[in-house]
Design a protein around this ligand. Structure first.
Ligand code: KG4
Ligand code: ZN
Length: 351
């Protein structure tokens, strides 16, 4: 079964094609980041308009990358939440139009579940649902979410922990803004941290009584340290005249900040894996592209860790196609009443 997956929940217009839920045939992503960078973050209205402009060429490019025509596509999967309402509507309505005109089954996909299904697209490993097999512990770390969930079967997630304030990706983005490093924050903090010889110590919120996370404390600590060291985003960006802050200082702060976030993510995930007796750990979401998180989790975990290649960690249509394939195989379908759900949670019942 060949499924076309469409993704437009935030600032990437994307389409992917996946065969039998595992074989990646196309993955086309048109990022709007260059536009939103000008505003220091995603502007919802701008995102919707760019999705409208780009969705047709992106889907066409996916078909041509896969080398197939419409007659070889068996179903359409589309992100219907969570995300920006206006952005989601573009993808959902486009998918409904395709499904109606081509007479193809349609399935709405939870974007958060989609991130986890990127693990089914990792080449050269067995089907994670079979080996290591369910239950799997999922750490979903994206710009808007930090969730720990036990996955008991396809499409079945039980949330055991979540962030109480900022998501991990949001913490990276806000941290980068404090340090004047630009947007999106994860990649730029990672780059600055990699070349820093030392790390400035930063606090960790363990919340030992639960599997929840909290990143607002470390963000405030970074802000305070940056101010003490005479750094503010304005003078780093060259907007304020005067001496430019020492890049070694910025690097040490970036490295300490990244270590604090990653350390908590790894230790709490490993603890939960032991406590819940899961067979493996699945990592997903944009922050899973982070090298120290990937390497650290592989090093510390007592069970196999499945982590998609970076291009499949950040938003893409292939993960939506992969998740949609499994839901369709369970016999689930959406119809023309499919609505967008901007606040959808990972454990929202499917169907
Ligand atoms: O999953 P994603 O592409 O979009 C959402 O669904 O939110 O995640 C985007 C987030 C951003 O906050 C970005 O800063 C973060 O993922 N990110 C990273 C890295 N690459 C992207 N965070 C840490 N290290 C990275 N290399
Ligand atoms: Zn995402």
């Amino acid at each position: 079964m060949r499924v076309l997956g469409i993704e437009s929940s935030c600032d990437e217009t994307a389409a992917g094609i996946v065969v039998d839920g595992r074989r990646l045939e196309a993955n086309v992503i048109s990022s709007q980041v260059d536009v939103h960078t000008l505003y220091g973050g995603v502007v919802p209205e701008v995102a919707s308009r760019l999705h409208i402009e780009r969705i047709v060429p992106v889907v066409r490019a996916a078909l041509s990358q896969a080398g197939v025509g419409w007659d070889k596509v068996d179903a359409i999967a589309v992100t219907n939440g969570p995300g920006l309402a206006g952005a989601l509507i573009v993808g959902a309505n486009f998918a409904k139009g395709l499904s109606a005109t081509l007479g193809l089954p349609l399935i709405g996909v939870n974007h958060l579940a989609g991130h986890i299904y990127a693990g089914w697209l990792v080449e050269g490993i067995p089907d994670p649902g079979i080996e290591p097999g369910f239950p799997l512990l999922c750490l979903l770390v994206s710009g808007g979410h930090t969730d720990l969930a036990v996955m008991e079967g396809h499409g079945r997630f039980t949330l055991i922990g979540r962030t109480r304030d900022d998501a991990a990706g949001e913490a990276f983005d806000k941290g980068a803004r404090i340090l004047g490093l630009g947007y999106p924050g994860g990649p730029v903090i990672e780059r600055a941290a990699r070349v820093a010889p030392v790390a400035e110590p930063m606090p960790r919120a363990w919340l030992r009584e639960s599997h929840d996370f909290s990143f607002s404390g470390v963000k405030t600590a970074l802000l305070r340290r940056a101010q003490e060291m005479g750094i503010n985003a304005g003078n780093l960006a060259g907007h304020v005249a005067g001496p430019q802050p020492d890049t070694t200082v910025v690097g040490a702060l970036a490295r300490g900040y990244q270590e604090a976030i990653v350390d908590v993510l790894i230790r709490k995930t490993v603890d939960a894996a032991e406590q819940f007796g899961v067979r493996g750990i699945m990592l997903g979401g944009g922050v899973a592209a982070n090298r120290s998180l990937r390497d650290g989790m592989l090093r510390e975990s007592p069970v196999p860790v499945i982590v998609p290649p970076p291009l499949l960690c950040t938003d893409n249509g292939a993960m939506i196609a992969a998740c949609g394939s499994q839901l369709l195989a369970l016999g689930l379908r959406s119809d023309w009443t499919l609505d967008v759900l901007p606040n959808l949670k990972l454990d929202y019942a499917i169907g």
